[in-house]
Design a protein around this ligand. Structure first.
Ligand code: C2E
Ligand code: MG
Ligand code: MG
Ligand code: MG
Length: 280
């Protein structure tokens, strides 16, 4: 099991541990060079639907030469602040699409978009150019955005998502329930999938309020012809309950931790038998 959990799995390195401003400056400077130095890599976390693999979410990691593997929560805010995210995000998109081309089946690849990438003009052109370059069919790509990325129902935002949608790329609303959770987003934007934040999944077994909220989101999504993914599923009881209320897809440590790209083949091979045992 230790082997499966993985070589290169991200440890939680927290830049606030760096006491001095100098140390933080050092990290900031090495972040600026990380792309050129090829220190970024992607792990892939499976998403399952009806006991079968639906796709994999691309999760960015930074292999720092001295500090080891750094999780995105620890460096993405810094990259955002320094204006590096559009470039890093473009790398993630292309790399994830390239790696998805080598998977044994036509699974969906889900890529997270940052606010900076979304707001830089020409997003739809860049995405469709990348798909053409790599040869990935648009319907294999899902872009995950959070409500904070959209912030406003501006004409531009609506146009961008509609254009992606027309191209056949699917959009999922990530971390639903934690940010602004304005229901008007669901009315205005063409989401294919809503991802319910782990916050509501963690205590499902004990908290009737979480159950009520999750059930409500699932019903609402289905009435809107959208799919629902539950994030952070860690126990068979959570999985069982989620399936009993009709939640379409599950993602979380119960199914698998994020995997190195090399580990995907083995996961796929074992999934047919192991998913059946794992998921009630
Ligand atoms: P997210 O998109 O909501 O991704 C889910 C996070 O939850 C991942 O953390 C994943 O490893 C973690 N997770 C999955 N299942 C479980 C579980 O069962 N239990 C627990 N405790 N955690 C689970 P990670 O990889 O550290 O990523 C954190 C966030 O960083 C992501 O949240 C996403 O918002 C952002 N991120 C990751 N990669 C990228 C990227 O390429 N671009 C952008 N813009 N953001 C990214
Ligand atoms: Mg995500
Ligand atoms: Mg999420
Ligand atoms: Mg989340």
């Amino acid at each position: 099991a230790a082997k499966k959990e993985g070589r290169g799995r991200a440890k939680s390195f927290d830049p606030s541990m760096l006491e001095s401003l100098e140390q933080r400056e050092l990290l900031r400077r090495s972040l600026r060079m990380a792309l050129a130095q090829q220190q970024f890599f992607i792990e892939y976390q499976p998403i399952v639907e009806s006991g079968r693999i639906f796709g994999f979410e691309a999760l960015l990691r930074w292999r720092h030469p001295l500090l080891g593997t750094i999780t995105p929560a620890a460096f993405i805010p810094m990259a955002e602040a320094d204006g590096l995210m559009p470039e890093i995000g473009a790398w993630v998109l292309e790399q994830a699409c390239r790696e998805a081309m080598k998977w044994p089946q036509n699974y969906t690849v889900a890529v997270n978009l940052s606010a900076a990438e979304f707001l830089t003009s020409g997003l739809t052109d860049r995405v469709s150019h990348t798909l053409d370059l790599v040869g990935l069919p648009p319907d294999r790509l899902e872009l995950e955005i959070t409500e904070s990325v959209l912030l406003e129902r501006t004409v531009n935002n609506i146009d961008t998502l509609n254009t992606l949608n027309v191209l056949g790329i699917r959009i999922s609303l990530d971390d639903f329930g934690t940010d602004y959770s304005s229901l008007s987003y669901l009315k205005t934007f063409p989401f294919d999938t809503i991802k319910i934040d782990r916050y509501f999944i963690t205590d499902l077994e004990s908290d009737l309020k979480s159950q009520a909220i999750v059930r409500c989101i699932v019903n609402l999504a289905h009435d809107l012809q959208m799919r629902v993914t539950a994030e952070g599923v860690e126990t068979p009881e959570q999985a069982k309950w989620l399936r009993s209320i009709g939640c379409d897809r599950l993602q979380g440590y119960l199914i698998s931790r994020p995997l190195s790209v090399e580990a995907i083949g083995e996961f796929v091979t074992q999934a047919e038998t192991s998913l059946g045992q794992m998921l009630p």
